[in-house]
Write a new protein. Structure first.
Length: 186
């Protein structure tokens, strides 16, 4: 039986889940980020206990299929933007459809219905967060960041950045430099 667990994002989370499964004597085949495969169907009591125990650690046993799919979409987007060196060359909608085995229109409709924003808006928010991170912690030029995150041009990246943050990337970077200079004075 597959169990989906929300907020399971690290090796420590995997250890917590394994510990709770063993504590409740629930046999399992494997534990991955966000997914557990048990060898038996859980009883209502086991499910309730597991749900209660996981919530103590900020983890949530998910039962609603829409919520599970939304979490999978978010995981793919976040993984693609924040944890891969190079974004896939394929169209994002094709990439997401292939990765999740669903038609993109179906995914987009469910995501918008539940989250109140489009998948594309979610992608843009995370790309801008990645741009901020790269501006703050790397010595990359804006053209290199635009290329890495597959913006069509530096102007496109700058316009999107300003639309989301209210600041230009150059001004955002200046704020970082000012903050660093102020920290050295203290």
């Amino acid at each position: 039986m597959k169990l989906y667990i929300k907020s399971m994002v690290s090796l420590r989370c995997k250890m917590v889940v394994k510990d709770q499964l063993e504590t409740l004597k629930i046999p399992y085949e494997y534990v991955e980020l966000g997914l557990v495969e048990t060898t038996e169907i859980l009883t209502a009591k086991q499910s309730a206990e597991l749900k209660k125990n996981l919530s103590r650690y900020g983890l949530e046993l998910m039962e609603d299929k829409k919520s599970i799919l939304i979490d999978k979409i978010k995981d793919v987007v976040i993984g693609m933007i924040h944890y891969s060196e190079v974004l896939p060359k394929a169209n994002f909608s094709d990439y997401l459809s292939k990765k999740l085995n669903h038609d993109y229109t179906y995914l987009a409709n469910i995501f918008s219905e539940v989250k109140g924003i489009t998948i594309q808006q979610f992608v843009i928010m995370h790309k801008i967060e990645k741009v901020k991170e790269l501006l703050l912690y790397d010595d990359l030029r804006l053209s290199e960041i635009a290329y890495r995150l597959q913006y069509s041009s530096v102007a496109h990246l700058s316009n999107q950045f300003k639309k989301v943050t209210g600041l230009s990337p150059a001004y955002f970077k200046k704020l970082k430099l000012k903050r660093n200079a102020n920290m050295k004075v203290m």
